[in-house]
Design a protein around this ligand. Structure first.
Ligand code: FES
Length: 141
């Protein structure tokens, strides 16, 4: 009598599967030089993004890091974070809040007319009035 072929009869037997030996795995510790480095930073991505969005300013030999605060003035954002920037009128007339932006000016709007009037050629050197310069709502491209 001829053996009848079925789908199951064509599959390898359980014994054949169990006898196949797995690839040997070395139990030796991997030297440190071979451990792949990950592109991940210990600082969470969101926090890292927020830290990147800040404006660095100098005022009378003091440096301040002011975190990005869309549509707020530099002065408002600085005071909210406890940064003691000097100021007086808050209307762009006295110039007491004058700061020199050392980095992050891409996060600020263009100088206002009051800043242009008060600061003149110092605008080109990066000076701004903290009470008048506002953070942009998005990064300038
Ligand atoms: S506080 Fe007077 S100009 Fe800004």
């Amino acid at each position: 009598m001829r053996k009848q072929l079925t789908v199951g009869s064509l599959l390898p037997t359980r014994a054949a599967i169990q006898t196949a030996s797995p690839t040997p795995v070395s139990m030796e510790p991997v030297p440190q030089t071979q451990v792949p480095t990950t592109p991940f930073s210990p600082v969470p991505a969101r926090q890292w993004e927020m830290e990147k969005k800040q404006v660095q300013v100098k005022q009378r030999e003091q440096s301040f890091s002011i975190p990005f605060a869309p549509c707020q003035t530099l002065l408002e954002a600085a005071l909210a974070k406890g940064q003691p920037i000097s100021y007086k009128c808050q209307e762009g007339y006295c110039g007491k809040c004058s700061v020199q932006v050392t980095s992050g000016d891409e996060w600020l709007d263009k100088p206002t007319l009051q800043e242009q009037t008060k600061l003149g050629k110092n605008l080109a050197a990066g000076y701004r009035l903290a009470c008048q310069s506002r953070f942009r709502s998005t990064k300038r491209r």
